[in-house]
Ligand binder design. Structure first.
Ligand SMILES: [Zn+2]
Length: 472
């Protein structure tokens, strides 16, 4: 018998139940699955990847993003979520077309594959054209990545911003959104490597009636219910004023907590709310860089872990400025240690679990991916340690978490298919994606209007953030 792919001679960090780590080990892959893990596998293979001097580990999981923002990183920077949202994001997002959706998803997928990210969960709520989300799902599929597409819902505001203007093109009516979510689920859920989840924007963004319909639909379809909770501190004042309870408490009252509940950010939670999450099996996607950059604060991750809550990691959108999940994990670790004045607040092993097996648990796909085990899907990356910043190796894992960069990943494999080999992406046309992203972004900026254009040509500020020099 011959296999499709053999990865030879690496240090395999399995992330299996006993967290085995095996040096000088081979990994045999056939028909998309892992068929053998042991040293010196003597079997013929159609393709062999050499991993000597490298770490071989499960592909990394990005549990939360908004990939359309890959086109606009650096547009309105060093500012709070609002006014960034209403002043600079709004003119852009109200004009997003399927072409923009396609270009942004391609650029993001390319960056992720190059950084060893094999699974992406994208929260897409820009239904300015109902084709947008289909384009994104198609691009992820063609790129070879595994995806959980979160169908977003906005029926009242865009990230808390209300407006009567015709520009609210991303806000749609309740019934239309429910119909479209059902249709999107029918087309994409379970199709090859893609699953579908439902994603109300936040407690500010949709009314209670739609929220309850989304909860009912998620139960009917048995899919994840994923939303933004208590990121910015002001949201708790808002929900107390409108609903008489804190943000997560309100989600709990509406039925969004539970094993299928996935909470993005989760920064400003009371002890009682953390207890609710632990008791109901609700999960968290922690976005440490976005939380820090936007001035949200630091999520109580070590508290979540001590209560047994499953935590994955995510980039969120442009506020992370990266799709390098190793950088996200390292930042998560540093922020916990520094803010708690405790070097033990979170460990390299816990961060690796968040990047892989626990990230998979959060998305409900841990029976397929998240660890390297015989019978599981072969989502595997190879990280080259033959570099000054990774040598000499005393122990492999802390160097992976605290020293390695996404650019140290040399091979990216999803379901047995090699998406990147020796740093070259095989499943996408890198040159064309970069060229397209530039022309599409230029066109988008032109459609967004003069203020967006002015923002990009601001001189070096005399003092403070550049955007404040713009006329109000
Ligand atoms: Zn988000």
């Amino acid at each position: 018998m011959a296999v499709d792919l053999l990865i030879k001679n690496g240090t395999v960090i399995t992330m299996d139940a006993s967290r085995n780590e095996i040096e000088q080990c081979d990994l045999a892959i056939h028909k998309g699955k892992i068929v053998e893990i042991k040293p010196n596998i003597s079997i013929e293979s159609d393709k062999v990847l050499d991993a000597s001097g490298c770490v071989v580990c499960p592909g990394l999981i990005n549990g939360h993003s908004h990939v359309y923002q890959s086109l606009i990183e650096g547009l309105g920077y060093d500012m709070h979520f609002n006014p960034w949202n209403w002043r600079f994001l709004f003119p852009v997002v109200s004009k997003i077309t399927p072409k923009d959706a396609q270009a942004s998803a391609s650029l993001a997928a390319l960056e992720m594959i190059k950084n060893g990210v094999t699974t992406i969960s994208d929260h897409w709520y820009l239904h300015t054209d109902m084709e947008n989300i289909y384009k994104v799902a198609e691009i992820f599929d063609q790129s070879g990545m595994r995806a959980q597409m979160v169908f977003g819902f906005l029926d009242e505001t865009f990230a808390g911003v209300k407006s009567d203007s015709d520009e609210m093109t991303m806000v749609k009516s309740e019934d239309l959104l429910i119909d479209e979510a059902r249709k999107f689920y029918g087309t994409w859920h379970g199709k090859k490597r893609t699953t579908v989840a439902l994603g109300p924007g936040s407690t500010e963004d949709i009314n209670e009636s739609l929220m309850l319909k989304v909860v009912a639909l998620s139960k009917e379809l048995d899919v994840n219910l994923s939303t933004h909770v208590a990121g910015w501190i002001e949201i708790n004042s808002y929900t107390i004023r409108h609903f008489g309870e804190r943000d997560l408490e309100h989600f709990h009252s509406l039925g969004l907590t539970g094993p299928k509940g996935v909470m993005f950010h989760a920064v400003w939670l009371s002890d009682r709310e953390i207890e609710i999450m632990a008791r109901t099996g609700t999960k968290v996607v922690h976005c440490p860089i976005a939380n820090a950059y936007l001035g949200y604060g630091i999520s109580p991750v070590s508290h979540f872990l001590s209560r047994g809550i499953s935590v994955g990691l995510g980039t969120d959108g442009a506020a992370s400025y990266t799709y390098d999940m190793l950088e996200v994990a390292r930042t998560a670790g540093m922020l916990q240690k520094a803010s708690k004045l405790d070097a033990e607040a979170v460990t390299a092993e816990e961060l690796m679990e968040m990047l892989t097996i626990n990230g998979a648990k959060v998305l409900g796909i841990d029976d397929q991916v998240g660890s390297l085990e015989v019978g599981k899907m072969a989502d595997v990356i190879v990280v080259d340690y033959k570099k000054p910043h990774l040598l000499p190796v005393g122990r492999w894992l802390p160097k992976l978490i605290y020293s390695a960069r996404g650019s140290d990943v040399i091979h990216t494999v999803v379901e047995g298919k090699v998406l990147m080999e020796s740093g070259k992406v095989l499943s996408m046309d890198e040159k064309k994606i970069i060229e397209d992203s530039l022309t599409v972004r230029e066109d988008l900026i032109t459609r967004a209007g003069q203020e967006t254009r002015d923002l990009l040509s601001m001189p070096w500020p005399k003092n403070g953030p550049a955007w404040r020099s713009l006329a109000k």
